[in-house]
Design a protein. Structure first.
Length: 133
């Protein structure tokens, strides 16, 4: 398997599972203690958007992971987890800032928690487990 194929397949698998996790947390509203869930779209569109977006970004993140592979500390799953936490800090930061600036502080907290699990933990663990140099 060539490196491009490995990057695409790994990104799609990790992104799909990460998007599914994000969608699940959004639907079951596990963090509803902050705000009640308000869906402006139907559940099918939210699922499609969450999973497709996470899958496409998953490919981009694996490209970065492959590029910086030698510079990321750890081995295997711990390396993927470290990279997932870096992505968690970088990727949704604009959403947190916009939510907080508009006065939606609780949405920023909820988004930070959900993305921590879906991107930081789930995506990072799967990336570290699947991707092999």
């Amino acid at each position: 398997m060539t490196i491009i194929n490995r990057i695409i397949v790994t990104g799609l698998i990790a992104g799909f599972i990460s998007g599914t996790t994000d969608f699940t947390f959004s639907i079951i509203n596990i963090f509803g203690i902050f705000l009640p869930i308000v869906l402006t779209v139907d559940i099918q569109m939210l699922a499609i958007y969450s999973i497709i977006t996470a899958s496409l970004w998953g490919i981009v993140w694996v490209l970065l992971y492959a590029f910086f592979y030698d510079h990321i500390p750890g081995k295997g799953v711990s390396r993927g987890l470290f990279f997932g936490l870096i992505i968690w800090i970088i990727a949704p930061t604009s959403n947190w800032i916009i939510s907080a600036a508009c006065g939606y502080y609780l949405w920023a907290i909820q988004t930070a928690i959900v993305t921590f699990f879906s991107i930081g933990i789930v995506y990072g663990l799967i990336l570290g487990y699947i991707y092999k140099e």
